[in-house]
Design a protein around this ligand. Sequence first.
Ligand code: ADP
Length: 161
Amino acid sequence: MNSAIYPGSFDPMTNGHLDIATRSSRLFENLIIAVYKTPPKGALFSTAERVKMVEEATSHLPNIVVEAFSGLVVEAARQRGTMFIVRGLRAGSDFEYEFEMFLMNQKLAPDIEVVALMSALEYQFVSSSRIKEVAQLGGDVTSLVPPGVARMLAERIQMSF
Ligand code: ADP
């Protein structure tokens, strides 16, 4: 009953995502982290790799399960018997997009609620796209992503040279 779904691309998972996942795992008995099967534009990691990195980063949190999914988030929530969608909000950059998504989801499924958690100060400027950009240019992003992700990023970038 008291469960939520946290959907996202997680390409790659960052410490900002992990913070939202950790905090929501305290709010809900069960948290499903749902990784979009459709890779985002400019994706660096496959669905299986993104699932693996999220699983690894959250393995210490026993009430989190990680799944790949496709289709509508509200349908994924319904299929898993949950009424709550978790999203993270960074100052400025996310609000309009998330509000629009919320209004559309509310039209599609008025019974499903969105729970938006504010990003902690240290993760306000952490985004998957910036991490990829900096890492591909040789910058050190190890303090901004879980250790397993830092390893996978280093391997992937080495492969592309
Ligand atoms: P999507 O393509 O659905 O936005 P993302 O993987 O980019 O997928 O993000 C998933 C969710 O996590 C979104 O709600 C996003 O706003 C949130 N998020 C991403 N980065 C951060 C961060 N640094 N702090 C808090 N929330 C974040």
